[in-house]
Design a protein around this ligand. Structure first.
Ligand code: DX5
Ligand code: ZN
Length: 211
């Protein structure tokens, strides 16, 4: 299993050391949760934080844009091999944004909330690098895992049948038990915040990676 630490859950006073620890333990990418207080009822960080992280990290950054206007902001979170993760539920013309990003050669993923069926995005995955299936309603870390196994299986079958290269990622309530559930259903990557950063980071990344 590939592991993407949700880096806004890292300690602010030990930030640089924890970034390095995640990388040394084999993290696949950093997951940067950006919230605007509108799309979700919480506010996190913006482009300045992204650039600070970019300047000290060696692995890709996947920015999860939980904002009303991802079309205004996505360009501010892109450099090197980084990707932006865009919610299907964003109150904008999502197909228009996908087309624009494709024309610009932007690497992106699509995100669906627990109550959004996979069928809403199946036609939009051809050039998406990631399908991020939420296993909590976005807004806060530390929430209880919602079992989205059936949706993961449906997505896995579709991706295989269509010969797509889209990876399946799961975000919310991941720990060593729930990671097994999503792995068995067909997930490639897990995001983790509260589980990883509330214990021994190296041990926990290695535990999740070995699933
Ligand atoms: C939820 C965020 C998640 C969150 C995960 O709004 O998108 O990435 O940080 O937190 P845990 O792993 O604690 O559920
Ligand atoms: Zn997230």
């Amino acid at each position: 299993m590939l592991v993407s630490p949700s880096i806004v859950a890292a300690s602010l006073t030990k930030f640089q050391a924890q970034v390095k620890e995640c990388e040394d333990a084999g993290a696949y990418s950093f997951h940067l949760d950006v919230m605007d207080g509108n799309f979700v009822p919480n506010i996190t960080v913006g482009p300045d934080f992204y650039f600070a992280l970019r300047s000290i990290s060696k692995i890709p950054i996947d920015t999860h844009l939980m904002v009303d206007r991802p079309d205004y902001y996505y360009e501010k979170f892109l450099s090197q091999n980084d990707r932006v993760l865009i919610h299907y539920e964003s109150p904008i013309n999502i197909k228009g944004l996908i087309k624009k990003m494709e024309n610009e050669g932007v690497k992106y993923g699509l995100v669906i909330n627990p109550n959004t069926p996979f069928s809403k995005v199946s036609d939009l995955l051809e050039r998406a690098e990631i399908l991020l299936i939420m296993s909590v309603y976005p807004g806060f870390s530390g929430q209880k895992f919602i079992d989205v196994s059936e949706k993961i299986k449906e997505a896995r079958n579709y991706i295989k049948e269509m010969g797509l290269r889209t990876m399946i990622e799961v975000d919310g309530g991941i720990n060593e038990n729930t990671a097994k559930i999503v792995k068995n259903a067909g997930a490639d990557i897990v995001v983790s915040a509260s589980y990883l950063f509330s214990g021994d980071i190296t041990d926990r990344i290695k535990t999740l990676s070995s699933i």
